[in-house]
Design a protein around this ligand. Structure first.
Ligand code: B16
Ligand code: MG
Length: 223
């Protein structure tokens, strides 16, 4: 059985559900441009960096804008999003997320955040979990968007662990692809029918106890 030394976590959809706020903010952008985003479109925006997400939105609406206008639209969307998440508290963490992070760290398993979001540091502060990560790689540190593996490879580098000893926890198709492109195991968080490429899919970190049965076992420095 392979054992793993480090756990790399996506933020939105794995530790906290901010996707609903991202999508609401993009819906307003679409409305201003004269079209509507369908519920199914939300999946296309998950895990994708801000400007790439805007390109997806514009493509759905069949709208072309200048680079200057694109930057303005993205900034407006971000202002709406930041306003919406400014009231996040530790109670907003997804079930089992804090407990699992604490358990891993108590055992000496290394942890890193690998998020496309430039707002990740602020969200970690609001959730009061900054000290539960040995490294934080966010959208301002790495600009290559998932499915590019850079965000996770930078996390492995920061931890000093080989990619093959890392497990990525991801809720987005692009994030699962990024993990595999980086030669890492991908645990999907969510629906197996959506995350078909993930090595294992669990409904949330509250179910992380199921991983051992799938051959995913962490070994920490204190084990
Ligand atoms: P921001 P993750 C991603 O976070 C979101 O899933 C995605 O919807 C968003 O577009 C992206 O962050 C960029 O976020 O606009 O805050 O920089 O899932 O990688 O933690
Ligand atoms: Mg995510």
């Amino acid at each position: 059985m392979t054992t793993y030394r480090a756990a790399l976590f996506d933020l939105d959809g794995v530790i906290v559900d901010t996707a609903v706020h991202h999508f609401a903010a993009w819906r307003q952008t679409a409305a201003e441009l004269g079209f509507t985003l369908a519920d199914e479109d939300e999946e296309l925006l998950k895990g994708v960096g801000r400007m790439d997400a805007l390109r997806v939105v514009l493509h759905i609406g069949g709208v072309t804008v200048s680079e200057e206008e694109a930057v303005r639209l993205a900034a407006e969307k971000n202002a709406r999003y930041v306003e919406a998440i400014s009231t996040i508290t530790p109670e907003d963490m997804l079930p089992g997320a804090r407990e699992y992070l604490v358990e891993l760290r108590d055992r000496g398993v290394l942890t890193a955040l690998g998020s496309a979001s430039r707002n990740a540091p602020m969200i970690l502060e609001c959730l009061e979990i900054v000290d539960l990560f040995d490294a934080v790689i966010d959208g301002s540190v790495v600009t290559e968007a998932k499915p590019n593996p850079r965000v996770f490879l930078a996390g492995a580098e920061a931890l000093g662990v080989e990619p093959s000893a890392c497990v990525v926890f991801e809720d987005a198709i692009a994030g699962v692809e990024a993990a595999h492109a980086g030669d890492m195991v991908a645990v999907g968080i969510g629906d197996p029918a959506v995350l078909t490429e993930a090595d294992v899919v669990i409904p949330g970190l509250h179910a992380a106890g199921e991983l051992a049965a799938h051959g995913i076992v962490f070994v920490g420095s204190d084990d």
